[in-house]
Design a protein around this ligand. Structure first.
Ligand code: IDC
Length: 433
């Protein structure tokens, strides 16, 4: 009997460990390349969608757990860690190598914690030809691939954007050497290879067919690159090349200028049709169009802090309107005699206008029996009243004034009057002041 109990117990522990184990390993599937397609361990197509950091030397603060966790909640399943090689603070110039590697380590750690894929990007740019720093690149990727060989979620991007008349042959020479270094340590993880002319000339690629799990990158900025580049891309796909958009923007190629939402829509439609992964530039609050945060952003991650590119990205990822979250539209106000709580219980957008349904309660915090009340709620924008109940409502530009009705004028000391409500609309997102 005792033996039986022991073996049942043992069985239960084993079951627990096994299910725990499979859950952990199932979350992130090993990726591979099948034909033109990125696939999971079952061979089904996988599309990664996410965002690239700005240069990690310049915006290290975005590599933090809260940030990665928030992005995950938007549906982001890949983060690209961009480490410039030559610009100031670059890995091969005056950058602090250990600090930069520590940032990558942190980025990989957080991405792993939230079951996301993570791209380690050797961000060549002004150094145009990847061969310029090939020695450093080999040493760097040797170290990275030793460290991450067993992590299924790590992707190596060995050269961001070859440019300045660098031919495919030159890239190929570089790629063959760097990939050989990686493959000695890590036989399987995906490797992304940059293509000539800032990753646009995918028509020049001669496949590196001696290696497995290689994809070639194409980059676009919707304000600059349009149907012609999509045609080039389509031809490359048709010829059997596995492509990966490891960087794109919806503004122009300078990372600034106007947003082209029409072209952005065309691109997203096109990439989805072919299950191609895409990673947007950039996770920062730099004063440039491509940054997803406004330069005035504080430490928070609120919708109000998103730039127009950020709002577009949020909507594209979540399918939701980037309207204020409850937190930012809700207020608790203490006046001399009352504590007023104003809460958004419903919000939506219609005909270009933003609608908010507020629920208000008033607590009499004084020791007196109140026989009348009136409150004001100021917003940051002018508003229009759509409906209101259990109060007499007046709107003065950006402020809602509410007075008691005859039937709810009395609030005994310490009691709360509930169920006052109204719907307002505005031309923009609003917040309580
Ligand atoms: C841009 C940054 C900008 C920075 C510049 C030079 O947005 O703040 O000053 O690099 O370091 C790319 C590059 C990417 C560029 C981006 C926008 O991969 O590094 O970032 N871009 O110009 N290719 C096409 C556009």
């Amino acid at each position: 009997m005792k033996n039986k109990i022991v073996s049942v117990l043992f069985f239960c522990i084993m079951l627990f460990c096994l299910t725990g184990y499979t859950q952990q390993t199932e979350k992130i599937s090993a990726l591979s390349v099948k034909g033109t397609q990125l696939v999971n361990s079952e061979g089904s197509p996988v599309q990664l969608k996410g965002i690239s950091t700005h240069g990690i030397a310049w915006f290290p603060e975005y590599i933090n757990e809260e940030c990665i966790k928030e992005l995950k909640s938007w549906g982001v399943n890949v983060i690209r860690l961009s480490m410039y090689t030559e610009e100031n603070g670059g890995y091969c110039t005056d950058g602090k190598k250990e600090d930069l590697k520590n940032l990558i380590k942190k980025g990989v750690e957080y991405a792993t914690k939230y079951d996301m894929y993570v791209i380690i990007d050797w961000h060549i740019l002004s150094d145009g030809n990847p061969n310029k720093h090939i020695t450093e690149a080999k040493a760097f990727f040797d170290e990275m691939s030793k460290q991450y060989a067993k992590q299924k979620n790590v992707i190596y991007e060995i050269c961001n954007e070859p440019n300045g008349n660098v031919s495919w042959e030159e890239i190929q020479t570089y790629a063959q050497q760097v990939i050989s270094v990686i493959r000695k340590n890590d036989a399987k993880n995906i490797i992304l290879v940059g293509t000539p002319n800032w990753c646009q000339s995918v028509d020049q690629i001669q496949p590196l067919s001696e290696f497995e799990n290689i994809m070639y990158t194409l980059h676009f900025y919707a304000g600059t690159h349009k149907q012609e580049l999509r045609n080039t891309m389509k031809k490359a796909i048709d010829s059997g090349l596995p492509l990966f958009v490891s960087e794109y923007g919806i503004c122009d190629a300078s990372g600034n200028g106007a947003i082209d939402t029409e072209q952005a829509k065309e691109w997203i439609h096109f990439l989805n049709e072919f299950h191609i992964s895409y990673v947007m530039w950039n996770l920062s609050n730099k004063a440039e169009t491509s940054a997803i945060f406004k330069s005035t952003q504080k430490n928070s991650f609120s919708i109000e802090d998103l730039s127009d590119s950020g709002k577009w990205f949020y909507q594209m990822m979540t399918g939701k309107n980037p309207v204020s979250t409850l937190k930012n539209t809700t207020g608790n106000f203490d006046t001399k005699d009352f504590t007023i709580s104003a809460k958004v219980i419903h919000q939506w957008q219609d005909g270009g206008k933003y609608y908010y349904n507020y629920q208000v309660s008033i607590k009499n915090t004084s020791s007196d029996f109140k026989t009348q009340w009136n409150i004001s709620l100021p917003f940051n924008e002018n508003i229009t009243l759509v409906n209101g109940w259990n109060g007499v409502f007046t709107i003065k530009q950006n402020t809602v004034w509410i007075e008691n009705k005859d039937y709810n004028a009395f609030i005994p000391s310490g009691k709360t009057l509930e169920n006052i409500g109204f719907i307002i609309c505005a031309d923009k997102n609003i917040v309580l002041q």
